[in-house]
Design a binder for this molecule. Structure first.
Ligand code: NAD
Length: 462
């Protein structure tokens, strides 16, 4: 039998070994989802909504144990695990509130006995292959609206957040969603790959660019809906009229929250030369207050690096930056961590005097590490912000709204921020440009995306 070992990245210890799926079980479960989906789609919308409301109540009831499970398997500080679960409640509320209007049949023309209507029908069976860094958010951004709109979901959580994936499925089943309609697979990339072999009606993926490319190739000739939410190298520009200390405090949090393992982490900072030194000093001061510690401790801010191979990526970015003349102001190496050298730990790391030739300023770091570059003004800042293959988010800090909007209008990014960062709203579409992906989740578009618009041409006989 296949198994999946789940380890705690904070101390390296084995948490459990789970029975895992293989190609045969994936096929059986996907076929069962196909059989069960029409009855789920035919279930009155009010009943599907009631299931999601009960799911929400289950999350509230079990919140503390769900937070602990997520922290144990990902190394996320437990306070941040609670934040994620509480944030999820707002997302569920949004979907419940907007569902009817988003998918109501629309009459777009009516004249002389001719009526034209748009109906939103479910896609059918959708595959959701997901990441570990915000497993409740990225999982439920797909699962909740997909189920609400009448789809069956075959969900392959990350191998680094599988217990959380199983909790999502357990709570949905307890809430009344049939087990065949909400399937949680267990396994790593091979199980995701087996799922792509199945005749599903849509693939919704959150993860790295490299895996996204493999997935696009695997489903390319199937002509089904494909959404890819991928990585980023998100820039922010701090103008000379910004308050350097306030901007530094906000951006240090944006860069290091969740130990820098957020798709929309601040990954590049450009600061106007007039306030550069004050900004950098305040940034380093702020980072020095970030406490590294046991993810289960209430005062821990920097937790474990979830995936051990990422440590080598961080090492390489640091070595490359040092070799190319960057100035190391904090951190710069692996940390022993709170468990005597066990687990995956990295020091919060700050570089100044960086430039665009450095990997640190080009490729996603996905860790507590940041480069700060001095710029001469707006034109240079916009040019550098756009000097990337990614385009997830970008920000500008200035009291001048008109200036921020003028600059952000020129930046290629799915989400733009004025005086804020590292922020996702259920009310707004979440999408990327370039290698940050295609398609979107969240907002009313993120409900409609799980449906197919069917065009009705209705002519009365008389
Ligand atoms: P990953 O690409 O390593 O894995 C993502 C998922 O794909 C996992 O479930 C994995 O098992 C599966 N997988 C791996 N190989 C596969 C294959 N050949 N076929 C099918 N499935 C396969 O990414 P990760 O480490 O889990 O996540 C981190 C990445 O996700 C970062 O780049 C981050 O920026 C990105 N991310 C993006 C968003 C967003 O909204 N844009 C949100 C969260 C994370």
């Amino acid at each position: 039998m296949n198994t999946l070992a789940i380890r705690n990245p904070a101390n390296g210890q084995l948490i459990t070994t789970l029975p895992a799926d293989d190609a045969t079980s994936v096929a059986t479960k996907t076929t069962a989802a196909r059989v069960a989906q029409p009855a789920w789609a035919a279930t009155p919308m009010a009943e599907r909504k009631a299931c999601i409301e009960r799911f929400r109540s289950g999350v509230v009831r079990d919140l503390e144990s769900l937070a602990v499970t997520m922290t144990r398997e990902t190394g996320k500080p437990v306070k941040m695990s609670r934040n994620e679960l509480n944030g999820l409640l707002g997302r569920i509320d949004f979907f419940l509130k907007e569902l009817e209007l988003s998918v109501a049949t629309e009459t777009v023309f009516e004249d002389g006995g001719m009526r034209e209507q748009i109906q939103h029908t479910p896609l059918g069976v959708v595959a959701n292959i997901s990441a570990w860094n915000y497993p409740w958010f990225v999982g439920c951004n797909v699962i909740v609206p997909a189920l609400l709109t009448g789809n069956a979901v075959v969900y392959k959580p990350s191998e680094y957040a599988t217990m959380t994936g199983q909790e999502i499925a357990r709570l949905l089943h307890e809430a009344g969603v049939p087990p065949e309609v909400m399937v949680c697979l267990v396994g790593a990339g091979a199980v995701g790959s087996a799922l792509l072999e199945q005749p599903v009606d849509g693939v919704f993926f959150t993860g790295s660019v490299a895996t996204g490319q493999r997935i696009a190739q695997a489903v390319g000739n199937k002509f089904i809906k494909l959404q890819l939410e991928l990585g980023g190298k998100d820039p922010t520009y701090v103008c000379e009229d910004a308050d350097p200390k306030a901007a530094a405090e906000s951006l240090a949090d944006g860069a290091m929250y969740n130990t820098g393992q957020s798709c929309c982490s601040v990954e590049r900072i450009y600061v106007h030369e007039k306030i550069h030194d004050a900004f950098v000093a305040a940034f380093v001061d702020t980072v020095k207050t970030f406490r590294t510690g046991d993810p289960m401790a209430e005062d821990t801010y920097i937790g474990a690096i979830t995936r051990a191979p990422q440590l080598a990526v961080l090492d390489a970015q640091v070595a490359d930056a040092v070799a190319k003349g960057a100035q190391l102001l904090a951190g710069g190496k692996r940390a022993a961590g709170p468990f005597g050298g066990a687990g995956n730990w990295y020091e919060p790391t700050v570089f100044a005097n960086v430039n665009p030739s450095m990997e640190l300023m080009r490729e996603e770091s996905f860790g507590p590490i940041i480069g700060i570059q001095k710029v001469s003004g707006d034109a240079e800042a916009v040019k550098l912000m756009n000097d990337t293959r990614y385009g997830l988010t970008a920000g500008v800090y200035t009291p001048d709204q008109e200036r921020a909007q003028r600059l952000l209008a020129q930046v290629n990014a799915g989400s733009v921020y004025w005086n804020c960062c590292d922020r996702v709203s259920p009310r707004l579409p979440w999408s990327g440009h370039g290698d940050s992906g295609v398609g979107l989740t969240l907002s009313t578009y993120g409900i409609q995306t799980f449906t197919r618009p069917k065009a009705w041409h209705l002519k009365s006989a008389g």
